[in-house]
Design a protein around this ligand. Structure first.
Ligand code: FMN
Length: 331
């Protein structure tokens, strides 16, 4: 019997469980080729995505309620080094990419100057990089760093038309030390239930935590170091794997993701601030969190949404978007 025959015999005996295994292997192959941690700098796009991430960490640091004085110097220096490398490797292929991270570094330098922190080495390295890339610092016009927003204005915009709602929603990383009311949360949950789902299965669930439970969950999540205690409420969005059939092994992530985004917009609409927090971790970490917080194992964690009542005025990371020409292709 040939290997192919053995393979088909096993497949016909255990069709679905074998197909799941093949699906996992196929996903493993794609991870091996395309995950950004694999041979990162050999691929311009992997390098760009990781640089955008490093750039955002600097912006995010400036958008916290109380940033540590002089924070982020090692990270900014490392970002400058990687930007040099990007320029050497891909500077001619996509030179405009550099302008956003350079604008963020410029905003960071102004932020530290305003705080009275001297960072001459970073300033020098920034100037060298600008010179090498042929970009004059005073020509950097991309919005970067942080901006100050008024809660009243954001709430007004959220009640405007759809475009106003989308443009006025921002991730907010600190809230007033009060619990959002259950009636307001439920108004948002009711709106989010309008999310379309594959065959209307609505396999999403939410688990809401307040106060110290929310803080502990966020400490385990790890993506909000420095502002866990500033978030009074967390909504864990999950999707139930029991809702999906053999031919749609990843559909729970799609339906759950669509629901999560609608919930984020709905929270904005009802006047609360929010911040999506990643659940894109290794399964061992997620299962550990699920066990600790009594989230059933048949549910997959999609995202944690930190939410709360906004302060009258807040610092918000710019999080400038890429042009649609970089993300769209007509076929
Ligand atoms: C799935 C997901 C996971 C995220 N995880 C984190 C996180 O762990 N920590 C954090 O500070 N921000 C996190 N964010 C917020 C993003 O940084 C933010 O959405 C992005 O910069 C765009 O900014 P905006 O939400 O203000 O438009 C996450 C966002 C999404 C959609």
């Amino acid at each position: 019997m040939t290997i192919t025959e053995i393979y088909h015999k096993i497949l016909s005996r255990f069709p679905l469980s074998m197909q799941f295994l093949i699906e996992m292997l196929s996903y493993w192959k794609r991870l091996y080729c395309y995950n950004a941690s694999m041979r990162t700098d050999h691929d311009m796009y992997k390098m760009q995505y990781t640089l955008l991430r490093e750039n955002h960490i600097i912006e995010k640091g400036m958008s916290m309620r109380q940033s540590r004085r002089g924070f982020g110097q090692a990270k900014v220096s490392a970002l400058i080094q990687r930007l040099h490398k990007y320029h050497r490797l891909y500077g001619t292929e996509d030179p405009t990419f550099l302008t956003y991270p350079l604008s963020t570094i410029q905003a960071y330098i102004s932020y530290q100057q305003h705080d009275g922190v001297a960072i001459p080495d970073i300033e020098k390295a920034f100037m060298q990089l600008c010179q090498e890339a042929g970009i004059a610092p005073d020509m950097l016009s991309i919005p970067a760093g942080i901006k100050t927003m008024q809660a009243e204005e954001l709430r007004k915009q959220a009640k405007g038309d759809f475009s106003n709602l989308l443009h006025s929603r921002h991730s907010i990383r600190y809230f007033q030390d009060i619990q959002p009311s259950k009636s307001v949360l439920e108004e948002a949950l009711t709106l989010a239930a309008r999310t379309p789902s594959a065959c209307n299965r609505q396999a999403w669930h939410t688990h809401i935590f307040f106060g110290e439970d929310a803080h502990e969950l966020l400490r385990m999540q790890g993506g909000c170091n420095g502002f866990c205690e500033d978030i009074p409420c967390c909504i864990v969005v999950t999707a139930d794997m029991k809702g999906f059939l053999g031919h749609e092994p990843f559909q729970c992530y799609i339906d759950g993701g669509l629901y999560a985004q609608n919930l984020i917009n709905a929270l904005h609409f009802v006047g609360l601030g929010s911040i999506p927090l990643s659940c894109g971790f290794m399964s061992s970490q997620l299962l550990h969190m699920q066990k600790r917080f009594n989230i059933p194992a048949n549910e997959v964690m999609i995202v944690i949404i930190g939410t709360g009542v906004m302060y009258d005025e807040m610092k918000i990371a710019e999080s400038t978007r890429r042009p649609i020409s970089a993300t769209n292709m007509y076929h």
